[in-house]
Design a protein around this ligand. Structure first.
Ligand code: SF4
Ligand code: SF4
Length: 166
Protein backbone atom coordinates (compact mmCIF):
# COMPACT_ATOMS: atom_id res chain seq x y z
CA UNK A 1 0.00 0.00 0.00
CA UNK A 2 1.20 3.52 -0.78
CA UNK A 3 1.74 5.01 2.67
CA UNK A 4 1.19 8.55 1.32
CA UNK A 5 -2.26 7.60 -0.02
CA UNK A 6 -4.27 8.98 2.90
CA UNK A 7 -1.75 11.60 4.02
CA UNK A 8 -3.19 15.13 3.66
CA UNK A 9 0.23 16.69 4.30
CA UNK A 10 2.01 16.16 1.01
CA UNK A 11 1.90 19.95 0.46
CA UNK A 12 3.64 20.74 3.76
CA UNK A 13 6.00 23.70 3.33
CA UNK A 14 8.15 22.84 6.35
CA UNK A 15 9.10 19.36 5.14
CA UNK A 16 6.76 17.38 7.38
CA UNK A 17 8.54 18.82 10.39
CA UNK A 18 6.19 17.08 12.83
CA UNK A 19 7.35 13.62 11.68
CA UNK A 20 10.89 14.37 10.55
CA UNK A 21 11.80 16.27 13.75
CA UNK A 22 10.01 14.09 16.25
CA UNK A 23 10.60 15.46 19.72
CA UNK A 24 8.76 14.53 22.89
CA UNK A 25 5.80 12.63 21.43
CA UNK A 26 3.67 11.44 24.37
CA UNK A 27 2.22 7.95 24.15
CA UNK A 28 0.20 5.58 26.24
CA UNK A 29 1.89 2.23 26.84
CA UNK A 30 -0.50 0.62 24.33
CA UNK A 31 0.36 3.20 21.67
CA UNK A 32 4.06 2.68 22.31
CA UNK A 33 3.69 -1.10 22.01
CA UNK A 34 1.69 -0.72 18.82
CA UNK A 35 3.84 1.83 16.96
CA UNK A 36 7.30 2.17 18.51
CA UNK A 37 8.29 -0.93 20.50
CA UNK A 38 9.89 -2.53 17.45
CA UNK A 39 12.00 0.61 16.86
CA UNK A 40 13.66 1.11 20.26
CA UNK A 41 17.11 0.95 18.69
CA UNK A 42 16.22 4.05 16.60
CA UNK A 43 14.60 6.34 19.19
CA UNK A 44 15.16 7.96 22.57
CA UNK A 45 12.60 6.71 25.10
CA UNK A 46 11.78 8.52 28.33
CA UNK A 47 9.04 8.12 30.94
CA UNK A 48 6.71 10.68 32.50
CA UNK A 49 4.72 8.63 35.00
CA UNK A 50 2.68 6.17 32.92
CA UNK A 51 3.38 8.09 29.71
CA UNK A 52 6.10 7.00 27.30
CA UNK A 53 7.82 9.96 25.63
CA UNK A 54 9.71 9.31 22.40
CA UNK A 55 12.09 11.45 20.36
CA UNK A 56 14.10 10.63 17.29
CA UNK A 57 17.82 10.05 17.46
CA UNK A 58 20.08 12.76 16.08
CA UNK A 59 20.11 12.74 12.27
CA UNK A 60 17.12 10.38 12.04
CA UNK A 61 13.36 10.87 11.61
CA UNK A 62 10.45 9.21 13.35
CA UNK A 63 11.11 5.53 12.54
CA UNK A 64 7.57 5.24 11.18
CA UNK A 65 8.32 7.93 8.59
CA UNK A 66 8.89 5.82 5.48
CA UNK A 67 8.59 6.64 1.76
CA UNK A 68 7.49 10.20 2.66
CA UNK A 69 4.52 9.02 4.70
CA UNK A 70 3.51 7.46 7.99
CA UNK A 71 3.74 3.67 7.84
CA UNK A 72 1.28 3.36 10.76
CA UNK A 73 -1.06 6.15 9.65
CA UNK A 74 -4.34 4.29 10.30
CA UNK A 75 -3.14 3.15 13.73
CA UNK A 76 -1.00 6.15 14.65
CA UNK A 77 -0.88 7.44 18.25
CA UNK A 78 -3.49 9.95 19.40
CA UNK A 79 -1.01 12.82 19.66
CA UNK A 80 -0.26 12.29 15.94
CA UNK A 81 -3.97 12.17 15.11
CA UNK A 82 -4.56 15.32 17.16
CA UNK A 83 -1.77 17.32 15.53
CA UNK A 84 -1.68 20.30 14.88
CA UNK A 85 -3.46 20.26 18.20
CA UNK A 86 -1.11 19.02 20.87
CA UNK A 87 -1.25 18.26 24.58
CA UNK A 88 0.25 19.64 27.75
CA UNK A 89 -0.22 17.07 30.51
CA UNK A 90 0.15 17.82 34.22
CA UNK A 91 0.01 15.24 37.01
CA UNK A 92 -0.93 16.82 40.35
CA UNK A 93 0.07 15.82 43.88
CA UNK A 94 -3.45 14.53 44.58
CA UNK A 95 -3.03 12.14 41.59
CA UNK A 96 -5.49 14.05 39.42
CA UNK A 97 -4.45 14.95 35.90
CA UNK A 98 -4.96 18.08 33.80
CA UNK A 99 -4.71 17.93 30.03
CA UNK A 100 -4.55 21.24 28.18
CA UNK A 101 -5.18 21.02 24.44
CA UNK A 102 -3.51 23.70 22.34
CA UNK A 103 -2.30 24.34 18.79
CA UNK A 104 0.75 26.42 19.60
CA UNK A 105 2.70 24.66 16.80
CA UNK A 106 4.52 25.63 13.59
CA UNK A 107 2.23 23.61 11.29
CA UNK A 108 1.56 25.77 8.19
CA UNK A 109 -1.75 24.00 7.54
CA UNK A 110 -3.07 24.21 11.06
CA UNK A 111 -6.15 26.27 10.18
CA UNK A 112 -7.08 23.60 7.61
CA UNK A 113 -6.09 20.43 9.48
CA UNK A 114 -7.15 21.25 13.02
CA UNK A 115 -10.08 19.19 14.26
CA UNK A 116 -12.84 20.90 16.22
CA UNK A 117 -12.20 21.81 19.83
CA UNK A 118 -14.81 19.28 20.93
CA UNK A 119 -13.26 16.43 18.91
CA UNK A 120 -9.77 17.31 20.13
CA UNK A 121 -10.88 17.34 23.78
CA UNK A 122 -12.65 13.99 23.34
CA UNK A 123 -9.51 12.40 21.88
CA UNK A 124 -7.39 13.98 24.62
CA UNK A 125 -9.71 12.48 27.25
CA UNK A 126 -9.49 9.01 25.67
CA UNK A 127 -5.71 9.36 25.66
CA UNK A 128 -5.58 10.38 29.33
CA UNK A 129 -8.00 7.67 30.45
CA UNK A 130 -5.99 4.99 28.66
CA UNK A 131 -2.73 6.31 30.10
CA UNK A 132 -3.77 7.08 33.69
CA UNK A 133 -6.77 4.76 34.13
CA UNK A 134 -10.46 5.60 33.98
CA UNK A 135 -10.61 5.96 37.80
CA UNK A 136 -8.18 8.90 37.77
CA UNK A 137 -9.81 12.35 38.04
CA UNK A 138 -9.01 13.94 34.67
CA UNK A 139 -9.71 17.52 33.61
CA UNK A 140 -9.45 18.32 29.91
CA UNK A 141 -9.69 21.87 28.62
CA UNK A 142 -8.60 24.06 25.76
CA UNK A 143 -5.59 26.00 26.92
CA UNK A 144 -6.34 29.50 28.16
CA UNK A 145 -4.02 32.46 27.49
CA UNK A 146 -2.81 32.32 31.09
CA UNK A 147 -2.06 28.59 30.83
CA UNK A 148 -0.23 29.21 27.52
CA UNK A 149 1.99 31.85 29.13
CA UNK A 150 2.72 29.56 32.10
CA UNK A 151 3.60 26.63 29.79
CA UNK A 152 5.92 28.79 27.68
CA UNK A 153 7.54 30.07 30.86
CA UNK A 154 8.12 26.52 32.14
CA UNK A 155 9.53 25.42 28.76
CA UNK A 156 11.91 28.38 28.73
CA UNK A 157 13.16 27.62 32.26
CA UNK A 158 13.59 23.97 31.33
CA UNK A 159 15.61 24.85 28.19
CA UNK A 160 17.85 27.24 30.15
CA UNK A 161 18.47 24.56 32.81
CA UNK A 162 19.30 22.00 30.10
CA UNK A 163 21.94 24.36 28.67
CA UNK A 164 23.37 25.22 32.12
CA UNK A 165 23.57 21.59 33.24
CA UNK A 166 25.24 20.29 30.06
S1 SF4 B 1 0.63 18.27 10.16
FE1 SF4 B 1 1.40 20.28 9.53
S2 SF4 B 1 3.62 20.24 10.01
FE2 SF4 B 1 2.86 18.14 9.95
S3 SF4 B 1 3.25 17.43 7.84
FE3 SF4 B 1 1.12 18.20 7.96
S4 SF4 B 1 1.27 20.32 7.31
FE4 SF4 B 1 3.34 19.69 7.84
S1 SF4 C 1 3.97 7.83 14.04
FE1 SF4 C 1 3.50 8.54 11.99
S2 SF4 C 1 2.31 10.44 12.25
FE2 SF4 C 1 3.33 9.98 14.20
S3 SF4 C 1 5.27 11.13 14.14
FE3 SF4 C 1 5.70 9.08 13.36
S4 SF4 C 1 5.50 9.19 11.14
FE4 SF4 C 1 4.49 11.00 12.04
Amino acid sequence: MDVTQSNPCTGCTIDQDCCTHLSGLRLTQLEFNRCFKQHTDQIVVEREGPLVVVSQQEGATCPNWQNDGCAVYDARPRECTLFPHTLYVQQHRDDSVSVHVHSDTQCPLKAQLRSSQQEAEQLAREFAEEAFGAATPIRVNHETILQLLRRRGRNLVSRVLDVLLK
